[in-house]
Write a protein that binds this ligand. Structure first.
Ligand code: NAP
Length: 496
């Protein structure tokens, strides 16, 4: 009997512990480990999802013992672990599961010590998180094999950036494939671990309501915006070799676009989902040069300009990009997808907006106004979804129409538990331990994304295009507004 109402059995037990594991974090002293990975693991430990048999082993070149590493982890969780970090009893218990080994990924030191720390128990999951610079990914994979630390069951987690272009991504895929099978490789895009992103799939494929309308017949256009208020300060010289296209569009915005546009997979299983995403990327049209606007922030007197942050006075790297693209398939023919992302913008806000077409005929006359429904999927802040619907404006004065939001902010709808939305990293790490690759990028997906991105970058490099300046704290260059306005549309405001 299908469940129609009430609490389903799977909701009763929300905490599903994973198998015991040894998780080695290469780069265990780095920024990502301290801000995201370790606090995330602690939260999972505290909520009972990490078994007693779980070991977390930090690995980096720095020379320290377990006690010194635990001090570092304690401090990192105190700083980045939110209110849960105040639970000092749980924190001390968690730290008992944490160890450290000094290993140089480039040399031969430390590997034997690491081998000694790792357990050989049957059923124990062994995973290595490559939270080190991308230049070390291939060497680490090779080192794990050479030193006998990996077998056919071992999993590796590879951070971004995955290559710099198609050629380098292909080379890295080949290098990893020499030592690990594709089913063992977990390429992280943390956007896929966000609650709302997964909810997008639930809304699309768990309801009858949206999917029949989810095509070019009913959807006017789609906007994907990832706006940041921060600049590139601190990692300016790295960013200057990358730019918004490589840093954000090729991976994060591309993944969001795939989830919005893909056909329903037959099952919510890794290859079924990733096959459909790959088809979307392969169906993406090349982008005309006049459908791309690149920008670079200038100083507003209170913050550095991009060129100051990048310490490159002649830099032509973009800190902002907006573009219009199309997907050449039956579902989306002629439906524009507008993508925009940038740094030092007026607000930190990420949203996917599905803008539906106007009703074909207004029975209320033109004075009532024309309105279109918009499904807004917010990644931050206030993760949630809003469906704009048109109703009559209350009160006398005739039939005037007004748009009101049907708000599905998770915290409001689902109660306080929904406020504790797990961080993307902790969810993804648990998926690694569970052996579920659904929310990780497959090698061919990454290559297809670069194959679409490379010609666009080569195009502006060949033409010698310079990015348009925009004021720090603004909504980007004026040309970005023109890109969409000339089609009779406009960007949605970025809400704080
Ligand atoms: P980071 O702060 O520079 O940390 C690098 C880590 O790697 C340190 O623990 C360092 O420790 C270790 N390391 C360096 N060389 C090593 C070697 N030869 N052998 C073993 N360990 C070595 O970098 P991060 O910001 O954490 O970034 C790590 C990775 O995550 C990068 O690929 C980055 O692109 C990616 N990522 C980071 C963020 C973020 O928010 N930070 C976001 C997305 C992706 P020792 O110096 O002691 O060896």
């Amino acid at each position: 009997m299908p469940h129609t109402t009430g609490v389903r059995p799977e909701m009763v037990s929300r905490v599903i512990p994973v198998d015991p594991f040894d998780l080695v974090i290469f780069g265990g002293t780095g920024d990502l480990a301290r801000r995201k990975i370790l606090p995330g693991l602690f939260r999972r430990f505290r909520s009972g999802q990490m078994p007693e048999g779980a070991h977390v082993i930090g690995a980096a070149r720095s020379d320290m013992d377990d006690a010194a590493y635990r001090d570092m982890v304690r401090e990192a969780i105190g700083e980045h672990g939110g209110s849960e970090a105040k639970d000092s009893k749980a924190l001390e218990h968690f730290l008992e599961h944490v160890r450290y080994v000094a290993v140089d990924a480039r040399g031969n030191t430390g590997w034997d010590a690491l081998k000694e720390v790792l357990r050989e128990d049957e059923g124990l999951v062994r995973a290595f998180y490559f939270s080190v610079g991308p230049g070390l990914f291939a060497e680490l994979a090779e080192g794990l094999r050479r030193h006998g630390l990996a077998d056919a069951e071992t999993r590796i987690v590879v951070e971004k950036p995955f290559g710099h272009d198609l050629e380098s991504a292909r080379a890295l895929n080949e290098e990893l494939a020499r030592h690990f099978h594709e089913t063992q490789i977990y390429r992280i895009d943390h956007y896929l671990g966000k609650e709302t992103v997964q909810n997008l799939m639930a809304v699309r494929f768990g309801n009858m309501l949206f999917e029949p309308l989810w095509n070019s017949q009913y959807v006017d256009h789609i906007q994907i915006t990832v706006a940041e208020t921060v600049g590139v300060g601190g990692r300016g010289s790295y960013y200057d070799k990358s730019g918004a296209m490589r840093d954000m569009v090729q991976n994060h915005l591309m993944q969001l676009l795939c989830l919005i546009a893909m056909e329903p997979p037959a099952r919510f299983e890794p290859d079924a989902v990733r096959d459909e995403k790959l088809k979307v990327i392969r169906a993406l049209d090349p982008v005309d040069p006049d459908s791309i606007v690149r920008g670079q922030y200038t100083s507003d007197g209170t913050v550095n300009s991009y060129r100051e942050d990048a310490e490159n006075p002649l830099s032509k790297t973009e800190s902002f990009i907006a573009l219009k693209t199309y997907i050449s398939n039956w579902r989306w023919a002629n439906t524009p997808f507008y993508l925009r992302t940038g740094k030092r913008l007026s607000a930190r806000a990420s949203e996917i907006a599905v803008v539906f077409k106007d009703a074909p005929h207004s029975i209320f006359g033109i004075d009532a106004g024309r309105h279109s429904n918009v499904l807004s999927i917010r990644l931050q802040p206030n993760e949630g979804m809003t469906l704009g619907v048109t109703i009559k404006e209350p009160g006398p004065g005739g039939m005037r129409l007004v748009d009101v939001p049907l708000d599905m902010t998770f915290a409001d709808a689902l109660g306080p538990e929904a406020e504790e939305v797990p961080d993307a990293y902790e969810r993804l790490i648990m998926d690694v331990i569970r052996g579920n690759q659904t929310l990780f990028m497959r090698g061919d997906e990454v290559e297809a994304a670069w194959a679409w991105t490379d010609p666009l970058i080569e195009g502006w490099q060949r033409r010698g295009d310079s990015p348009k300046p925009y004021d720090a704290g603004s909504s980007g260059p004026d040309d970005a507004a023109f890109l969409i306005n000339r089609d009779g549309r406009r960007w949605r405001g970025v809400r704080q």
